[in-house]
Design a protein around this ligand. Structure first.
Ligand SMILES: Cc1cc2nc3c(=O)[nH]c(=O)nc-3n(C[C@H](O)[C@H](O)[C@H](O)COP(=O)(O)OP(=O)(O)OC[C@H]3O[C@@H](n4cnc5c(N)ncnc54)[C@H](O)[C@@H]3O)c2cc1C
Length: 399
């Protein structure tokens, strides 16, 4: 039997692939099994000094993701003898990654695409796992999809369970059982009672923060470094554009040190002018790759240290976003930015330091399979890379 801890991007596909291959699987999830439309209630709370977004529930942060699906870190992973080309093809087909149909490209997104094109920035439609036949174009992806119209890890948990996997929710790992450097199982608390589950294979997919904290329980000092792909949303006023209700992040510009995508943030209104309405704002997310200079405290909070390079990359991206907004017809005197935030925590137990290229730790049978293992900050949506790494791990465990 394989025990998988966490059911987000890494854990869900692993559970499904193993269950479909008739490998007995038990998923232990700290959060609840919920409806996708309710996911906004399950955002985690961190220290006030850091604006980091993640959720604890079935499907993890995939429940609030924008379903952007981009290949990343190909070159960096080759260094560890990891070539994900066939896994990428497999997962892209599995979750039907595609640029949105024109029917789902709104006016603000089209202005972003056209203006970036005029500036020679080579924009493309964002590859997405959103299913147009169900999508009601409400712009609420990050709240949890009210129509369940985007791929989430929850879908794969459901398939895993249909194929015989056992799913235990609202259960928190209290310890790992290790004997003679071999994993022997986990202890977890459910309904205030500690239970034990034995297995020679345990995979931690509790996310960059959750998995690092579990590794610390057995003296593996993970999470003393962490990245989170910082972003800001930069925007200004175009009267009645109604961009806030479009499918978000439908376009993409890949710059040298940043990516840009049309994105409405409810935090931007107060930065522009408190009397402006949401429907009058066009804004762009600027996301960069950051240096791995944050860390996780023993209480599970995250401290982020911004390096000169992190700030420089954001400045380059924000300037370029300003040019696009102006070309799109935004009143340049209104342009403002949100505060600095992060939504892709990773790198807390990277390949080459904490796990080998099969994602196994120094403890035999104990694997890590989530954003923790990414060797550097991708500065791009990481889900597709995590799914591909998990598919690779599934094939390894099956064989
Ligand atoms: C608002 C938002 C939008 C995003 N949009 C995109 C996007 O469009 N594309 C993209 O690629 N990425 C996106 N991301 C990032 C992406 O969702 C994460 O990078 C990805 O889900 C990380 O996968 P993971 O497996 O590491 O962790 P998660 O998906 O977060 O899964 C971790 C799981 O472990 C569980 N868990 C935690 N601790 C424990 C414990 N102790 N015991 C048991 N279970 C535990 C959690 O409840 C969760 O289910 C977005 C993130 C946010 C917050």
């Amino acid at each position: 039997m394989v025990i998988i801890v966490g059911s987000g991007a890494g854990g869900a596909i692993l559970a499904m692939e193993l269950a479909k291959a008739n490998v007995p699987v038990t998923i232990i999830e700290k959060g609840k099994y919920i409806d996708s439309k309710d996911a906004f209630n399950y955002y985690d709370k961190y220290d006030d000094n850091v604006d980091l977004l993640s959720t604890t529930c079935v499907g993890g942060s995939t429940m609030v993701s924008m379903a952007n699906m981009v290949r990343a870190l190909d070159e960096e992973l080759y260094e560890y003898d990891i070539n994900l080309s066939k896994e990428y093809e497999y997962v892209e087909k599995l979750i039907k990654v595609h640029g949105l149909n024109d029917s789902h490209i709104g006016k603000g997104t089209q202005l972003f695409l056209d203006s970036a094109q005029e500036l020679g920035l080579n924009p493309v439609k964002m590859p997405k796992a959103i299913y147009e036949e169900k999508c009601v174009q409400c712009g609420r992806c990050a709240f949890g999809c009210p129509a369940d119209a985007k791929w989430t890890g929850k879908h794969f948990v459901d398939i895993a369970v249909e194929n015989g996997a056992k799913f235990i929710d609202e259960a928190e790992i209290s310890d790992l059982i290790v004997e003679d450097n071999q994993i022997k199982g986990v202890k977890f608390i459910k309904n205030n009672v500690e239970e034990t589950l034995n297995s020679d294979i345990v995979v931690l997919s509790a996310g960059a923060i959750g998995s690092a904290l579990i590794l610390r329980k057995i003296g593996i000092d993970a999470g003393r470094e962490i990245f989170f792909d910082p972003f800001v949303s930069v925007g200004g006023v175009i009267k009645d554009i109604n961009f806030n209700t479009e499918v978000q992040m439908g376009g993409l510009v890949v710059g040298k040190n940043f990516v840009l995508s049309p994105h409405f943030s409810s935090f931007i209104r107060s930065k522009i002018d408190k009397d402006i309405e949401d429907k009058d704002i066009l804004s762009i997310m600027v996301k960069t790759s950051d240096e791995c200079k944050g860390y996780i405290t023993d209480d599970g909070d995250v401290v982020k240290i911004n390096t000169i390079q992190d700030i420089r990359f954001l400045a380059e991206g924000a300037t370029t976003a300003g040019f696009i907004l102006e070309k799109a017809g935004v009143d340049p005197t209104t342009i403002a930015s949100t505060v600095y935030r992060g939504a892709h925590p990773g790198g807390s137990a990277p390949i080459g330091k904490f796990v080998d290229s099969n994602l196994e730790t120094e403890i035999k049978g104990l694997f890590v399979d989530d954003a923790s293992v990414l060797p550097i900050s991708p500065g791009k949506p990481p889900i597709l890379t995590i799914l591909a790494l998990s598919k690779r791990l599934a094939d390894y465990l099956i064989s």
